[in-house]
Design a protein around this ligand. Structure first.
Ligand code: HEM
Ligand code: HEM
Length: 330
């Protein structure tokens, strides 16, 4: 239909102007490369903090509770559960490859991983602590203070350093070597016939207008419901909450599709339980396309080839609390 053609043109025009979208090859998707670790000490400290539930008021919730690195960096829940079993308003996006995002959160309200990391600690619906309390906990643990001093040169722990270290750890959470990447780099046996057919469908149908670049997304905000409105169960308004521009209502950050097999359920409201469902919805409401069962299965097969090497490290052992450490409170 004309309406459909027009909306597609809008999408393509919007995408063409993106600084992050410039493809390095003639493929719309580029391989992920393993990150170079700049400061191993800072990464190690950030890893401990990422796993430390004492950054929460209850002493029970860590970053890893909602971004579980054993489960694709998500909680696999529709919306997250926070302090006092509170049901959060929105689906938890993966932390894997999040350093490639143009901004953090579904509406992009944090520009950097460092800016983001202070949020959940003090969010009453998430970890429900305060920065003052979280710092007091860390400051009371000599092993943390010593490690902090080695990294930052000061024995006064502060939120600046804490969020910087968490962000440095997150920057290492890149997942290279997916079968799709091997195929892109020339190993033509790395994908099956159906997976290649799925990639062709993904390109030819127009999915790569929004899901492109090394992260297969993460580099633009787009309308959820270009061709048909999306009936959401959540109150999230999207990017308009940040820009106050009506044109940004219901625009969300296009999520990365790296490791998407592991990051169910899908969409900001977590309403799509399966990839089959998510692909069907995307086809209909973003592109005005109804995929056959076979086409859908091929696209899903391609998407599953985007699962890369998951983070791998020794489980961090956290220094124990001391007599001076503020105790968790229910
Ligand atoms: C979003 C990291 C704790 C639930 C994010 C994002 C990052 C992140 C990087 C943005 C990802 C993206 O937009 O693609 C962290 C870190 C934490 C932490 C470092 C610990 C300090 C938690 C906890 C919960 C949680 C404990 C659940 C109770 C969420 C949710 C979002 C989110 C629901 C999406 C919010 C929105 O877009 O409005 N987190 N997170 N996070 N995280 Fe966390
Ligand atoms: C979300 C696939 C086309 C923009 C998603 C998700 C999948 C997906 C699996 C869920 C990811 C997650 O929640 O972690 C596809 C496929 C497409 C396609 C297979 C082609 C048939 C498009 C197009 C656009 C777009 C053309 C831009 C106009 C988005 C946005 C989201 C999303 C904004 C997040 C929406 C929300 O949660 O509110 N896509 N996509 N997609 N995609 Fe697509």
């Amino acid at each position: 239909s004309l309406r459909h053609t027009l909306s597609l043109a809008v999408v393509l025009a919007a995408t063409a102007g993106l600084a992050h979208a410039a493809p390095a090859s003639d493929e719309p998707i580029q391989p992920l490369e393993a990150p170079k670790v700049k400061n191993a000490g800072m990464v190690e400290l950030g890893k401990k903090l990422y796993f430390d539930p004492r950054l929460s008021k209850s002493g029970f919730i860590s970053c890893n509770s909602c971004h579980n690195l054993s489960m694709g960096g998500t909680d696999n829940l529709k919306t997250s559960i926070g302090d006092h079993w509170q049901q959060g308003p929105i689906n938890s996006p993966t932390v894997l490859n999040s350093s490639l995002n143009l901004a953090q959160f579904w509406d992009g309200r944090a520009m950097t991983l460092k800016d983001q990391a202070g949020g959940p600690i003090a969010n009453p619906g998430e970890m429900a602590s305060t920065h003052t309390l979280a710092i007091a906990v860390l400051q009371s643990i000599p092993a943390y203070v010593a490690e902090y001093k080695k990294v930052f040169g000061s024995d006064k722990v502060d939120i600046e350093g804490v969020t910087k270290a968490i962000a440095a750890f997150e920057e290492t959470l890149i997942t290279p070597n997916s079968r799709f990447d091997k195929w892109l780099k020339g190993d033509k046996k790395a994908l099956t016939k159906d997976e290649i057919a799925g990639y062709e469908l993904f390109k030819d149908s127009g999915c790569t207008a929004c899901h492109n670049g090394p992260a297969v997304g993460g580099n633009s905000f787009q309308k959820m419901g270009v061709v048909e409105p999306y009936q959401s169960t959540s109150k999230a308004e999207g990017r308009v909450a940040v820009t106050k521009e009506e044109a940004d209502r219901f625009n969300f950050k296009v999520p990365t599709l790296r490791n998407v097999e592991m990051t169910y359920p899908y969409f900001h409201d977590g309403e799509a339980a399966t990839l089959t469902q998510a692909v069907d919805t995307m086809g209909r409401i973003q592109l005005g396309k109804s995929f056959t069962k076979e086409e859908n299965a091929k696209i899903v097969a391609f998407l599953k080839s985007l699962t890369g090497d998951q983070p791998s490290f020794l489980l961090p052992i956290l220094p124990p609390s001391t007599d001076a450490t503020p105790r968790p409170t229910p």
